[in-house]
Design a protein around this ligand. Structure first.
Ligand code: AMP
Length: 126
């Protein structure tokens, strides 16, 4: 079910549980600002989620309330993960769903990193 992206932050959301080690993930990378792990239902040959360590509901929340060091550290981590996955040469797509219109389901800010194939049009045109 889609969530508003406006909070308040729910510490029982699935990504908060992954950050606390309460449920497992297939980890790709971790540093003080970010954790990257494989999406449980991949929609491309490479489909990795990168999440900040802090409790941000959505991109709106993160961009408005995170500190400069967190924003810089997180952004650099996303780029680092793309490189680790070998996607720099062929390219990749980043996507962040914010709120109901975008269909955000997990209320902890995350960036989807897709790659490993030609990814087609940017949006579904139904
Ligand atoms: P969004 O619709 O942008 O909120 O995307 C949420 C994503 O989280 C979906 O692609 C799900 O497949 C993924 N997801 C949900 N639970 C897990 C989990 N336990 N481990 C990895 N990915 C998950």
């Amino acid at each position: 079910m889609a969530v508003s992206g406006r909070g308040p932050y729910d510490p029982q959301n699935v990504f908060a549980k992954i950050l606390r080690g309460e449920i497992p993930c297939r980890k790709v990378y971790e540093n003080e600002y970010a954790l990257a792990f494989h999406d449980i239902a991949p929609q491309a040959p490479v489909h990795v989620l990168v999440i900040p360590k802090g409790p941000y509901v959505s991109f709106a929340d993160f961009s408005q309330t995170a500190g400069d060091a967190e924003i810089a550290g997180f952004t650099r981590a996303v780029g680092h993960v793309a490189g680790l996955l070998g996607l720099d040469e062929d390219g990749y797509r980043l996507l962040a769903n914010m709120g109901v219109a975008a269909g955000q389901e997990v209320p902890h800010f995350h960036v989807h990193l897709f790659g490993g194939a030609a990814l087609g049009p940017m949006l579904h045109r139904g």
